[in-house]
Design a protein around this ligand. Structure first.
Ligand SMILES: Nc1nc2c(c(=O)[nH]1)N[C@H]1C(S)=C(S)[C@@H](COP(=O)(O)O)O[C@H]1N2
Ligand SMILES: [Mo]
Length: 325
């Protein structure tokens, strides 16, 4: 893995970014080596940093003021991940294949954002951010967050439960699944050194209607008391705390109600490794590593991070187990 010079807080070799692992192996390395380019990816991303000079990972975010914290989600059994870690250790493949994409993600244009809701619903419509704010009161929820790569965080999201949107658009009885689509513009999103050709863009994810209607399924429009930083999926992203992180698509532009199960990004790319359901499950290993334990993103080298047993449904069985009985 000569392509990356890891920052001290990045993952150790043994469980390096699985999504990146796949990509590196099959495409990225091949294209670089094939072209006779022997430069480290870090030097390429270095160009990006010089282009986007912001040194503040929460630049452009604004405070949300006094929003109520939902008492059912006021705390978990571990401490909050510090904001500077949660905003500088990200997965957002549109902007690169490593965890240090927060600077290149600042290119995401979030002005005049619209979310189109379409498909099998009684009231198809397009919301702008004001509509969302007016219709769906914002609350704060502290959720566990678990990436399929076996790192985890505890994050204070702000936003609203997905079921409020369901009530507003009224899915038809024929609607069984929901497809969520992220913003994508190949000119904006792929930075120098990152050529995500032949990945199934745009990034999409899917849920069943019942999953979307669950109390826990959440649209986040903020985090740590401020609007979402771009690298975390501004201005609105999915948060599905009982599933692996990749199910939570960022920067949502379209929500479509369907009769058939939709194709999704990672499931299309590597179906054997990233299922459609993808519930957090310590007993179901990923084909390339165990899921029995997870490491809480912390300071210093990742081998020093707090290791915890993985919880079934990420600790949310009382809310969701009945969905899968
Ligand atoms: N559009 C989009 N959404 C995405 C991803 C992505 O690459 N593109 N990565 C997913 C993965 S694998 C994870 S773990 C979370 C990371 O969210 P965070 O960076 O806010 O912690 O975003 C998810 N949503
Ligand atoms: Mo992830």
């Amino acid at each position: 893995m000569f392509l990356r010079i890891r920052k001290t807080w990045e993952l150790p070799e043994r469980d390096v970014t699985p999504e990146a692992f796949f990509y590196n192996r099959r495409r990225f390395m091949k294209s670089l080596i094939g072209a006779g380019v022997g430069i480290a990816a870090t030097s390429l991303t270095g160009c990006q940093s010089r282009r986007n000079r912001s040194d503040n990972p929460t630049a452009g975010t604004v405070p949300l003021g006094d929003i109520p914290r939902n008492p059912n989600f006021a705390e978990v059994d571990r401490s909050l991940t510090p904001r500077d870690l949660a905003t500088q250790y990200n997965n957002f493949y549109e902007f690169g294949g490593n965890k240090s994409i927060w600077r290149s993600a600042q290119a995401l244009p979030t002005e005049d954002w619209k979310v189109e809701v379409t498909g099998l619903v009684k009231n198809p419509r397009t919301y702008d951010l004001d509509d969302l704010q007016r219709k769906f009161p914002i609350e704060e929820r502290i959720y566990r967050f678990r990436c399929v790569e076996a790192w985890a965080m505890v994050v204070p999201w702000a936003g609203f439960p997905m079921r409020l949107l369901l009530k507003d658009v009224e899915p038809l009885s024929s609607a069984k699944y929901v497809r969520f689509q992220s913003y994508y513009d190949p000119d904006v999103t792929s930075g120098p050194g990152w050529r995500p050709y032949s990945m199934p863009w745009p990034y999409t994810e899917g849920l069943t209607i019942e999953e979307m209607a669950n109390e826990l399924a959440f649209f986040a429009t903020g985090v740590y008391g401020r609007t979402l930083p771009k690298q975390n999926g501004a201005p609105i992203r999915m948060v599905i705390p009982w599933k692996y992180g990749f199910k939570g698509a960022k920067s949502i532009v379209k929500i479509e109600f369907l009769e058939q199960k939709p194709a999704t990004f990672w499931n299309t790319l590597v179906p054997k490794e990233y299922g459609f359901v993808a519930n957090v499950n310590p007993d179901k290993p990923h084909p390339r590593w165990s899921q029995a334990e997870e490491r809480m993103v912390g300071r210093g080298p990742s081998f020093s991070w707090d290791v915890r047993p993985t919880l079934h449904y990420n600790g949310y069985g009382e809310y969701v187990a009945e969905l899968y009985g």
